[in-house]
Ligand binder design. Structure first.
Ligand SMILES: Nc1ncnc2c1ncn2[C@@H]1O[C@H](COP(=O)(O)OP(=O)(O)OP(=O)(O)O)[C@@H](O)[C@H]1O
Ligand SMILES: [Mg+2]
Length: 436
């Protein structure tokens, strides 16, 4: 069984509210600096896309990003947003129309969350009601309950929560362009994956143009519709889709940057939504157990997912467990593995390992459960992908490194490409997930 077709995002239908960004011969030379930070950069970013800038420290990523909203003035060249030459515009006005997110959120510490989010709308003279509605909408969009968080101070929130507020604030005045400089650099790996997934979900919902700077190549390939790989002086080594960068690195620099991990890199470019995940049977808290058990059995399930009013998973008890109570009871399972449809298969693996489960639940952009994915189906996908493979790139046992070319070795099994067989089937996965 697979999740229904309507649950899959269809890129062709993505609506775009973002604006294209064009850099035309842009250069930046800082005073007193011998080498230019950015020597000469031509770049076109399509409206509604996410582009990730990646490259070694000091290569000019931040400088380039800040030239787009003119926090840094280019020494040469022109920048167009939505066809307008912004190098001629009032920089303050320009910055009010471009969202900007920096590491650790950059929130005003003495302002409540709501006041932080409403900062730019207040400058723009929006009335109070409109600002309050917009703030509620945005907090909900980034996954924070307005009733809980609107009046909090940043210091009373986790790093990941502050970062979500930073994203909400950047989106406040509905800017066509969002610039993000290592926004998830300071949070732990699991929070980071969640923030990346929410950013992808937000992008699908809003269709903004997003430029994100990162040190992390894996993050770049996960988030970017395209990846811009820069070397010193803002030199473009490659500007292409993650798949192209991984399968066809343009220069030796890119090859080295991508690294040896490229062999399994499709784990980081394959998404949960690309895999046939399984349907789940959900139940609301308080539903009569007998009714739920009958429904699950009719659908051939041995376990269910208890969800809250918004469809978000709370626990995944077996039918035996459900049968011990007259009604479905509320219990938040803290070890519940959850990934978003936009998560990579690598994230899904991490989540299963982190929670020691053989499967994970799959949720949509707002956290409502849409299915489950077992470790068996992921490993099967990997096997199939490797079998499709690129035979010419696979290591050949027929040519030794010293150049001699011995007779073909009969023991080479071309259809067993070195990945262990699926550890367990779906039922095993469920069993090891504590569902028996
Ligand atoms: N205000 C400044 N004055 C002088 N030189 C600067 C200034 N800002 C940046 N530079 C120099 O310009 C170059 C590019 O810096 P930039 O901050 O764009 O790098 P980056 O790619 O963002 O690096 P990182 O990954 O470390 O953040 C570096 O050599 C840096 O030292
Ligand atoms: Mg930087």
């Amino acid at each position: 069984m697979t999740a229904d077709a309507t649950s899959r995002p269809m890129p062709a239908e993505r609506h775009v509210t973002g604006a294209a960004i064009v850099l035309d011969g842009v250069a930046k030379r800082f005073r007193g600096q011998e080498k230019p930070a950015v020597e000469h950069l031509d770049l076109e970013i399509e409206a509604g896309q996410i582009v990730a800038f990646v490259g070694p420290s000091g290569c000019g990523k931040t400088t380039t990003l800040k030239m787009i909203n003119r926090l840094i003035e280019p020494t040469e060249g022109r920048i167009f947003i939505g066809g307008r030459d912004v190098t001629k515009e009032d920089p303050d006005k320009l910055r009010q129309s471009i969202g900007y997110v920096i590491q650790s959120g950059g929130l005003f510490p003495h302002w409540s969350v709501a006041k932080n989010v409403g900062a730019i709308p207040r400058v723009l003279g929006w009335d109070k009601k409109r600002i309050a509605e917009r703030t509620d909408y945005l907090l909900d969009l980034v996954g924070l309950d307005p009733a809980v968080f609107a009046d909090r101070l940043p210091k009373d929130m986790s790093g990941g929560q502050q970062q979500r507020v930073g994203v909400a604030r950047a989106l406040a005045a509905d800017p066509p362009v969002l610039l993000m400089d290592e926004p998830f650099g300071a949070v732990d790996p699991i929070t980071r994956v969640r923030l990346q997934d929410s950013l992808i979900a937000i992008q699908h919902e809003l269709g903004k143009t997003i430029v994100i700077v990162t040190h992390d190549f894996e993050e770049a390939t996960k988030l970017g519709d395209k990846v811009l790989i820069l070397s010193e002086g803002g030199h473009v080594e490659q500007y292409a889709t993650p798949e192209e960068v991984l399968t066809d690195p343009a220069t030796p620099f890119v090859e080295e940057f991508v690294g040896s991990g490229a062999k399994l890199a499709y784990l980081t470019v394959s998404r949960v939504r690309d895999v046939e995940y399984d349907a789940v049977c959900t139940a609301r808290i308080g539903e009569p157990s007998a009714q739920v058990i009958a429904r699950a059995k009719a659908a051939g399930h041995s376990w269910i997912v208890v969800v809250d009013a918004a469809g978000r998973p709370r626990s995944w008890p077996s039918l035996t467990e459900v049968a011990t109570k007259p009604e479905v009871s509320d219990f938040l399972d803290r070890r519940l593995p959850v990934v978003a449809r936009s998560s990579t298969l690598n994230d899904a693996f991490d989540e299963m390992l982190a929670t020691s489960q053989g499967a994970t639940l799959v949720t949509d952009g707002r956290g409502a459960v849409v299915g489950s994915l077992s470790i068996g189906s992921v490993t099967e996908l990997i096997r199939n992908k490797l079998a499709e493979g690129h035979p010419e790139e696979d290591p050949s046992y027929e040519t030794y490194v010293d150049g001699t070319d011995p007779a073909p070795t009969p023991v080479v099994a071309a259809d067993e490409p070195g990945v262990p067989p699926a550890a367990d089937g779906l039922d095993d996965a469920r069993a090891s997930a504590g569902q028996s």
